[in-house]
Design a protein around this ligand. Structure first.
Ligand code: DP6
Length: 403
């Protein structure tokens, strides 16, 4: 069953795709930086791969002379410690599975490998790509070596949030207790079909790159923020139980309120870090205020925002609210040039805004501040790509020239 072994030619190839996820109870802080063990559990929604995905092909051959890696068509450093950690762990599991016996049909673990990975969205858009990237790397390697077990523990070694991209729908990363990390893994709370009306709008903002990466930022927070310590010990355990209940009951009011509060507390721990870290910008604050005005106008939670370690806003809402809220965003951040491409992803109907809604909600338009809106929804976990024409590496084991 291992990687459709084109073994006659001495080349084994496997291709997988993997999704992005967005946390509604945030992970921020490690108790072990090498094993990537978090100080608190977290919970996320996996986004649909039709809109955002990574595709990775892994190939092994006795003819390869060194391990090599290409990201979005350009050769990258395969020696990166986190890439190496994932490779080492997958190979270790493959060796363990074979129990030391030399299975001649199995792919040799001594062969060098080539890996090519690309995103179906622009990296420049600043959308979290490391979670999808490492989930996809581990999925493709697992296929290559014929591993069938659950591998969120290995994806975690690439990037903490990557372990949650190993499942679709609603996913918990339980912090675990053991020092060796064997119980720090992802679990599916509910599949993507559980809440069919749930929608996600990614507001991709113009310009700006993140000031401090999450890996470095969260470590400074662990070392200096008393609020983060309180959050991990007291707040998150309570919120996690509440959030699971809201999801189980498909209670958007509860889900949305808690998602906003948790995003705000994560950014409060960043401000409590010393020296402080600022991920929210003036534009983020405009979007936050807009969401609250919109909800206040309707008298309940119709939209909920969440922000990670970058300026893009992610909005959760329900299908019946998408058209109206997208129109509110269009009026609040009038597109500069790309009027026709302002809304991407799943189709969005048109909505005429009542005058009193415009008056109450659209206060000070900021032209061009939002580049575009990506409309998506919860989706499944990593997928195997069967069609050999979709492999990113050709029969020679090198990246296919891209059209
Ligand atoms: C703010 O998973 O990128 O997005 O484990 O160091 O690779 P490393 O960090 P990473 O951190 C993600 C932080 C976050 C919140 C979240 O996704 O839970």
């Amino acid at each position: 069953v291992a990687a459709a072994m084109a073994a006659e030619r001495g080349l084994a190839v496997a291709t997988c795709t993997a999704p992005v996820n967005i946390a509604v109870i945030k992970y921020w802080g490690k108790r072990d930086t090498d094993l990537i063990l978090p100080i608190n559990s977290s919970l996320s929604v996996t986004l649909h791969q039709d809109q955002l995905k990574t595709t990775t092909t892994a190939a092994a051959s006795r003819d390869f002379t060194e391990d090599r890696l290409w990201l979005n068509g350009k050769e990258a450093d395969v020696g990166h410690p986190r890439v190496q950690a994932c490779l080492r762990e997958v190979r270790r599991l493959a060796r363990k599975r074979r129990g030391g016996s030399e299975d001649t049909a199995a792919l040799s673990l001594s062969y060098k490998i080539h890996i090519a990975s690309e995103n179906n969205f622009p990296t420049a858009a600043g959308l979290a790509s490391s979670a999808a990237g490492y989930a996809c790397l581990v999925s493709a390697l697992a296929r290559l070596y014929g591993l069938e077990e659950e591998l969120s523990e290995v994806a975690r070694r690439g990037s903490g949030s990557a372990c949650r991209s190993m499942f679709g729908g609603f996913v918990q990363w339980q912090r675990g207790e053991r020092p060796d990390g064997t119980d720090s893994l992802a679990l599916q709370v509910a599949p993507e079909t559980h809440w069919p009306e749930l929608r996600v709008l990614v507001l991709v903002v113009s310009g700006e790159k993140k000031p401090v990466g999450s890996t470095a930022g969260m470590q400074t927070s662990v070392e200096t923020s008393p609020l983060l310590k309180h959050r991990a010990e007291v707040v998150v355990p309570e919120r996690l139980a509440q959030m699971m209940r809201h999801i189980r009951e498909r209670d958007f009011e509860g889900f949305g309120q808690l998602a906003m509060r948790d995003s705000n507390q994560f950014h409060a721990t960043c401000l409590d870090t010393f020296p402080p870290i600022f991920y929210l910008t003036d534009l983020s604050r405009h979007i936050i205020a807009l969401a609250h005005r919109y909800n206040a106008h309707h008298g309940h939670t119709k939209v909920a925002y969440t922000f990670d370690a970058g300026p893009n806003a992610v909005i959760f809402t329900l299908a019946d609210t998408v058209a109206e809220f997208v129109e509110v965003v269009r009026r609040s951040f009038p597109p500069a040039t790309n009027g026709d491409q302002f809304v991407r992803g799943l189709p969005v109907g048109s909505a005429a805004l009542p005058q009193e809604l415009v008056a109450a909600v659209v206060t000070e338009p900021l032209p061009g501040a939002v580049q575009y809106i990506l409309h998506t929804k919860p989706g499944p976990g990593p997928q195997l790509v069967d069609d050999p024409s979709q492999h990113l590496l050709g029969a020679d084991g090198l990246p296919r020239s891209r059209a």
